[in-house]
Write a protein of this length. Sequence first.
Length: 174
Amino acid sequence: MLIKMRKAMSGEKGFTLIELMIVVAIIGILAAIAIPNFLRYQLKSKTAEAKTNMGGIKVSEESYRAEYDAYLQCLQSPAIAPTSRKAGWVPSAGFNAIGFAPAGDVYYRYEVAVVADGTGVNTIMAIGAFADLDGDATNGEFVYATDVGSLTNTPGAGPATTNRMIQDTAIGAF
């Protein structure tokens, strides 16, 4: 009887230390691959704010133009450049006049530049959005322009190359 008990005791079930260390190593490798991808997807999702707000600014500017026959210049808002943290929206007089205000704080800084046509009326507009979400001193930039050929400067962002389309002018930068 004693021999049977000793045989039963020596056949204990469980994981060896080596098996546990292999599992920990596999989890560490998976985490090393997944975490940078997750952070990149998180930054990409924050760029949706710029595209959405630029669409809202465009609609507000078009409404303003329908009423007053000209676009309105809007100085940079918020005045302090946002970083990886949201900044409070403090609109310039131009944004108040066109009736644009985002819902809550923002990651990006927005600006509208206008150019007058030959008659002196502001009929050409460019909207820029830029921020340094990843803190690498390189801005992520988006731009929308009504007439690329007539613009010499795009607000806060790189040059637009296509009319009436929101463009990422700093591809790969956040």
